[in-house]
Design a protein around this ligand. Structure first.
Ligand code: GUN
Length: 297
């Protein structure tokens, strides 16, 4: 059973069974907006460079949303739309140029990249201090050993969802389903950093139901629609759904969790859409301020 902590005078929690990512991300964006304004008053304009290679429609939507969020919170965004046939050399030289620019605080290269470009090579070229995605091995290492660094946006957003919903992590059985570098692994490290007891399950896990059924906090990031039904969930668990899928033949979205089946047995759950999704961009904005704020606070 998960016990939700009561809000003290200085903490504003949004306590509800359905965790409202839209409301919590709006709260974070308002905080970021104020921080951006404070930096501006000190003469620092927060700037994010966004690079997209090619014109994958999904990537274009994500990049468009990131630029809109920048505009909303007052961050200047520089947009680099490179043609599909861009070489790795060209992309790396743009990153080098942006690394060297004092007026650029964050660099984001939208993934996926064309097949002939090494994702690893590109992500490692971004200066760790401007790596607002938190994907550079130096930031991953910092997260692993509990040192300050830039943290991947989706798992950082999930920690905010839990904390701002008054959900305690310390001492809880946390199960993360999925071991990607973008979500699963950093999620497990962040939960561990909050003193959770953490298990990572993945495609080779034997008897997944047995593993997920012991979770007080279950985070699902596997990219398989409605994989998690009520048989996988302990009564009273908190369920966080990172998946997003278009229901075939309709415009409706669904997650990795079968919401209708799981909602009646859990104590809190993120909906799709409107749960984890909006948090990623809010935390990207937060990371831009983190990066820009160094030396200005
Ligand atoms: N493509 C899908 N998700 C992400 C993300 O979080 N960051 C970047 N750079 N590309 C992505």
């Amino acid at each position: 059973m998960v016990f939700h902590k009561k809000a003290t005078r200085n903490e504003v929690y949004i306590v509800a069974k359905i965790i409202d990512g839209k409301a919590i991300s709006a709260q974070i964006k308002e905080e970021v907006k104020q921080q951006v304004a404070r930096l501006k008053a000190k003469g620092k304009e927060v700037t994010l460079a966004v690079i997209q290679v090619g014109n994958d429609p999904a990537s274009s939507v994500y990049v468009g949303n990131k630029k809109k969020a920048c505009e909303y919170v007052g961050i200047r965004s520089l947009s680099y739309e490179l043609p599909e046939e861009t070489t790795q050399e060209k992309l790396l030289s743009l990153i080098d140029e942006l690394n060297g620019r004092e007026d650029v605080d964050g660099i984001l290269v939208q993934l996926p990249l064309p097949a002939w470009i090494s994702e690893e090579g590109v992500l490692e070229r971004i200066s760790p201090s401007k790596d607002v995605d938190g994907f550079h091995p130096q930031n991953v290492g910092a997260l692993c050993v509990g040192k300050p660094g830039l943290v991947p946006c989706t798992p950082a957003g999930i920690i905010e969802l839990l904390k701002r919903s008054g959900i305690e992590i310390a001492g809880k059985e946390c199960v993360v389903v999925g071991r990607s570098n973008i979500v699963g692994k950093p999620m497990a490290l962040l939960l561990l950093g909050e003193n959770g007891t953490v298990t990572i399950a993945h495609s080779r896990t034997k008897d997944l139901k047995r593993v997920t059924s012991r979770a007080d906090i279950l985070v699902v990031a596997v990219g398989k629609r409605k994989l998690i039904t009520r048989e996988y969930v302990k009564e009273g668990a908190v369920v966080i759904d990172v998946g997003i899928h278009r229901t075939s033949g309709s415009k409706k979205l669904c997650g990795d969790v079968d919401y209708e089946s799981v909602e009646p047995v859990c104590s809190a759950i993120t909906p799709v859409p409107g749960g984890v999704g909006p948090m990623t961009i809010a935390m990207l904005m937060h990371n831009c301020v983190e990066s820009a704020g160094k030396g200005f606070n």
